[in-house]
Design a protein around this ligand. Structure first.
Ligand SMILES: C[S@@+](CC[C@H](N)C(=O)[O-])C[C@H]1O[C@@H](n2cnc3c(N)ncnc32)[C@H](O)[C@@H]1O
Length: 442
């Protein structure tokens, strides 16, 4: 770790206090400080994730509240047509993607300070720059390789990556964006047209995966937004948690699990070597492995960098995670009740990365690496992005170190967020993936 990077880390450990970078202290102090923040922030974070109850959520404004009523009516109709309840996966899909109504399909601000949550590219340009450097390494290996970004959100990552690739003299002929939300596609087109008018001709928007694609695929926080099934293990089998509407509110309803869900839960138990206890509640994503298989069908020669918050299967179904991994976001409040505020809050679930790896291997892809976001960034050239840090004005140092703290510290996005890299036919693995690989934990 060079002086600049270390200074940023130490600054980060001081939790945004202005700190003279030249007097960063010795290596031992640095490690102790990082461990201190790891323990404090990480525990705090886990407790927060498990226990913040919706009672503390802010009230939506009038327009959002009206919109939520419409989405609620749409969901009630689905429930009625289905005979009284729908699977949670269907509820999640409709709440997020119902045409012109769902959270991602309608026009609210979702990303950044004015929205509901913040993602790595929104935190700092550094994320996109490091990813661009890694993509450039891979593109050198792939003849006529292009980039395909899946789920481009506000368009921020595309802006940062294209700008960095231009600086590195590694612009691909095409930067493809696959976005399922017409509203987001519209916003991305406007923003990229305004901010990168000289590069916009290289960008192509898609509504489906290309038939055949050679190059680099990037997807940040897409896996977690694919619908999941929710289940309860009962002594006599597996129950599927469905959603009904009673007394003016959405409520959970148990029904016998479909064969597919029961099989998925049986696979979890076989893989982890433990029977889940009576009452154990969690999620299984049937959509994410299917999504990976589709991606594999499309990918010829290339590499896919998938970033998300998640853990291995053993951690996902650990005895102490008996209430699952759903995570909802409303105005920067994270909580675990997906049945409130339909259509105006984000619904997500942490990713079981073992299932992603399994689907990739079954579909003929290689696992090129699995590491934390922090390890990806440090291994992928964070130090180079920090060159000249100590010459920056103090306010900029403080701002940048705050951003790096959020991206890399264990209690923030550094450890819970992972990067899994899947590939086919790429000869040289990008350099970030040589650092602290944990594929064997999957
Ligand atoms: C949580 S947002 C992340 C946005 C962006 N990548 C970022 O990091 O800020 C999820 C994005 O994935 C998109 N999305 C969800 N499912 C998708 C799918 N099956 N294919 C393509 N995009 C999808 C959503 O519309 C949205 O743009």
């Amino acid at each position: 770790m060079d002086g600049n990077t270390r200074a940023v880390f130490v600054q980060a450990c001081h939790n945004s206090r202005a700190y003279a970078t030249g007097s960063a202290g010795d290596e031992e102090n640095f490690v102790v400080e990082c461990l201190f923040w790891h323990v404090i922030i990480h525990k705090d974070f886990i407790a927060y994730m498990q226990y913040e109850q919706p009672i503390s959520l802010p009230q939506p404004d009038e327009i959002s509240a009206r919109h939520s009523v419409l989405v609620g009516e749409h969901l009630q109709q689905k429930i009625e047509v289905a005979g009284g309840s729908i699977s949670f996966a269907e509820f999640m899909h409709e709440a997020l993607y119902a045409s012109e109504l769902g959270y991602y399909s309608a026009g609210s601000t979702k990303f950044g300070a004015g929205g509901d949550f913040i993602t790595a590219p929104e935190v700092s340009v550094v994320f996109g720059r490091v990813l661009a450097r890694q993509s450039a390494e891979a593109l050198r290996e792939i003849e006529n390789g292009e980039i395909l970004e899946i789920g481009a959100g506000s368009g921020k990552l595309a802006i940062d990556m294209l700008s960095a690739l231009e600086t590195l003299d590694s612009l691909p002929q095409r930067y493809n964006i696959l976005e399922v939300s017409p509203d987001l596609q519209d916003r991305q087109q406007r923003r990229l047209g305004e901010e990168l008018p000289h590069l916009v001709d290289r960008i192509r928007w898609l509504s489906d995966l290309p038939e055949e694609f050679d190059g680099v695929v990037v997807a940040n926080e897409v896996l977690d937004s694919l619908p999941v099934e929710r289940f309860v293990r009962r002594a006599n089998g597996v129950a599927q948690l469905c959603v009904a509407f009673e007394d003016g509110a959405f409520v959970w309803k148990e029904r016998e699990a479909t064969d597919r869900l029961a099989y998925a839960v049986a696979s979890v138990e076989a893989d982890t070597g433990t029977a889940l206890t009576d009452g154990y509640t969690s999620e299984v994503s049937l959509a994410a492995p299917a999504w990976v298989s589709e991606l594999a069908r499309s990918l010829g020669t290339g590499i896919a960098f998938l970033f998300d918050y998640g853990v291995s299967r053993r951690e996902y179904y650990a005895p102490d995670r008996s209430d699952g991994w759903l995570r909802c976001h409303f105005r920067h409040h994270a909580h675990n009740d997906p049945l409130v505020y339909p259509g105006i809050q984000d619904l997500t679930a942490w990713v079981d990365f073992s299932s992603i790896a399994g689907a990739a291997v079954d579909s003929g892809l290689e696992i090129l690496g699995y590491q934390t976001q922090s390890q990806f960034l440090v291994g992928g050239g964070l130090a180079r992005e920090m060159e000249g840090f100590t010459e920056l004005p103090l306010e900029q140092q403080v701002k940048l170190s705050g951003e790096i703290k959020t991206l890399t510290l264990p209690g923030e996005m550094g450890e819970n967020f992972k990067c899994i890299a899947l590939g086919r036919g790429v000869i040289e693995t990008p350099s970030a993936l040589h650092f602290a690989d944990r594929t064997q934990t999957l």
